[in-house]
Design a protein around this ligand. Sequence first.
Ligand SMILES: *Cc1c(COP(=O)(O)O)cnc(C)c1O
Length: 222
Amino acid sequence: MDIKANLEAIKKTFINPNCLLVAVSKTKPLSDLKEAYKCGIRDFGENKVQEIQVKQPEMPDDTKWHMIGHLQSNKVKYIAPFVHLIHGVDSFKLLKEINKQGKKIDRVIPVLLQIHIAEEESKFGFDAQELKEMIQDSSFTYLSHVTIKGLMGMATFTEDEDQIRKEFRSLKGLFEELKNESLPPFVQLEELSMGMSGDYLIAQEEGSTMVRIGSAIFGTRG
Ligand SMILES: *Cc1c(COP(=O)(O)O)cnc(C)c1O
């Protein structure tokens, strides 16, 4: 895999040059991450706590670690000290745990709320109703050690571009709707994490501010 050539080719296609490229390096060896780092990449996406724990000490200090996968509450403590952004916060329980771990180490942890937009049945992600309920919960106001930086979503795995576009558009719609609500100061809706190797251009057209790209950079995963 020519990581450098792949990165250059991808960057060239960006519709929004300000959209952040998160290089999804899950399952890939450190040598691949170091190669991407040499090409200027600082943001890396991983989906397993154990894997981040192994890679993090081996990479330069200014590497930004994005936890993009499903995160179990009991593992938050392992990444709390250094994680740059947790994309997949999909329950109030998890949000409260992140807040608790942040409090312990006196760090405000940036997160995104994962919204379920795909047609596929998935256990992960809030639906609009759950989101509303959480925001109205009295204990929501008291989160002192998390910042909700925005929303994240994954489109249905399909060739149907209209379907994908529709789903991204619905996420953007929810994002804009939420911005108009009166929300506590720790909710700062700035980021919309949507788009992967197969659909990042559609995502950018629909307003993505960060794309999570793995296989198009590092090759398919085994
Ligand atoms: C693996 C993964 C990606 C990257 O997928 P590619 O198709 O390889 O670009 C993006 N987001 C999440 C949440 C992932 O788990």
